[in-house]
Design a protein around this ligand. Structure first.
Ligand SMILES: Cc1cc2nc3c(=O)[nH]c(=O)nc-3n(C[C@H](O)[C@H](O)[C@H](O)COP(=O)(O)O)c2cc1C
Ligand code: SF4
Ligand code: SF4
Length: 394
């Protein structure tokens, strides 16, 4: 398959992060079937010297305010090694901290010269000055206005793309942030200036971790005090990333690679149906190792074959035709129905605070169709899966 002009054996890209910072990790990615990697963010100046710190709950969320970036020399060495020692498509996730915007171009060119296959411009990381701005702190000359700050400004984002396009021939793929007021406008700004594809979305926004209520409200970040708001990733952002993917897919026609809570092959297929041509994951690999990639790849291939699709292209954006604005919904009248044979009369479905449609009889519960709103909340509550939604007969 092709993605943004890149020849890829499948649509799986390992997302930039602590799982793409060493050559051993990239080899693991290849061994487990990934087609491409985006190496850990390269910066012209280091803002973080410390290592990764995070609040993490597997299958739920990771919130991290710090993860060490690669220096330019480290990034160049890793790119060289990746091209010599693997057959992966290598994207370089980078951003410049210099006032002269041309530095983006010069930096990108250095990576093209050592064999990088694509440049993924980091316009997404919220852990730089966006974090300070959100806390109402002063921005000084020393502060690095990069990452999500650039991704909030359609004009600046477009200018950065244009500068890099002037320096390199390889595909340029900005990685955007949903903290932008209108990510669609930023996407359009990038595409107008030559972006070959778009990457969605790293560390969508800043989140605060839970706090220790028995210890003076200390944020639950191990080995850190004070902490900071941190980028939120993992399962918690899956549905938001489906939305952003669908949103951007409606606005531009370049291919999209989307990351955000992809833990299973089903999530990956859904992301593609929302408009992504390629899928990407980081947190699930942090939780479960690179075997996740192998499982996702195999599951996706089996799905395609079992469903009679001939290529991934056939599923990209399938869901888009089923979405509209809330004032254009096509509501079909209907109600919940309880199968008495499956109901064990536990009464859970009588609890929803917004509903008075369910009555408890002697041996089972029953829905009064005229009172049912059709919301489907009870369906997921039933432990025996006795409830289904049915359409009202004319
Ligand atoms: C600890 C950590 C570090 C990350 N570092 C980067 C980075 O350097 N550059 C980048 O573009 N995205 C970075 N990301 C974002 C991921 O590439 C990815 O877009 C995001 O985490 C959503 O995917 P996921 O839910 O599969 O993790 C990082 C994510 C995590 C969790
Ligand atoms: S939740 Fe399910 S099993 Fe329990 S009473 Fe309702 S329908 Fe029956
Ligand atoms: S679908 Fe909604 S309104 Fe109808 S019975 Fe279930 S919870 Fe009540």
């Amino acid at each position: 398959m092709k993605f943004a002009g890149l020849e890829m054996k499948n649509p799986i890209v390992i997302a930039s992060g602590p799982v793409t910072a060493t050559i051993d990790q990239l080899k693991e990615a290849e061994k487990n079937g990934a087609a491409a990697v985006s190496i850990k963010q390269v910066m012209t100046r280091q803002s973080f010297r410390g290592n990764l710190r995070a609040y993490s709950v597997p299958e739920e969320v990771i919130i991290f305010p710090i993860d060490k970036r690669l220096d330019v020399e480290e990034g160049l060495a890793l790119t060289r090694q990746a091209k010599e020692q693997t057959s992966l498509v290598v994207m370089v996730n980078l951003s410049s901290q210099e006032k002269d915007i041309e530095e983006y171009g010069r930096l990108a060119k250095r990576f093209e010269d050592v064999g990088a296959d694509a440049i993924e411009i980091n316009m997404c990381c919220p852990n730089f000055s966006l974090s300070k701005r959100q806390l109402g702190m002063d921005i000084t000359e020393e502060d690095i206005e990069t990452g999500a700050i650039t991704g909030q400004n359609p004009k600046l984002a477009g200018e950065i793309v244009k500068v890099i396009k002037d320096y390199v021939k390889i595909p340029v793929i900005p990685k955007l942030t949903p903290t932008a007021l209108d990510i669609g406008a930023v996407a359009e700004g990038c595409v107008r200036n030559g972006a070959d594809g778009l990457s969605l979305v790293g560390g969508p926004s800043l989140a605060a971790p839970p706090v220790d209520i028995y210890n003076g409200g200390l944020p639950l970040y191990p080995l850190m005090d004070p902490g900071a708001f941190g980028a939120i990733n993992g399962s918690a952002i899956r549905y938001a990333t489906f939305k952003v993917t669908g949103q951007v897919a409606q606005r531009v026609s370049v291919p999209l690679v989307s990351s955000g809570g992809i833990d299973t092959w089903e999530h990956a297929i859904q992301m593609m149906m929302w408009g992504a041509s390629a899928v990407s994951m980081c947190t699930s690999i942090m939780w479960r190792g690179f075997e996740v990639v192998d499982r996702i790849r195999k599951g996706m291939e089996q799905f395609l074959e079992a469903q009679g699709y001939h290529s991934y292209d056939e599923i990209v954006g399938l869901s888009l035709k089923h979405i509209s604005s809330s004032d254009h919904l096509g509501l079909r009248p209907g109600y919940a129905q309880i199968d008495p044979a499956k109901c064990r009369n536990c009464g859970i479905c009588t609890k929803p605070g917004h509903c008075n449609a369910v009555v408890q009889e002697q041996h089972y519960c029953r829905v009064i169709p005229e009172r049912c709103l059709g919301c489907s909340v009870c369906v997921g509550l039933c432990p025996t899966r006795a409830i289904t939604m049915v359409e009202a007969q004319e």
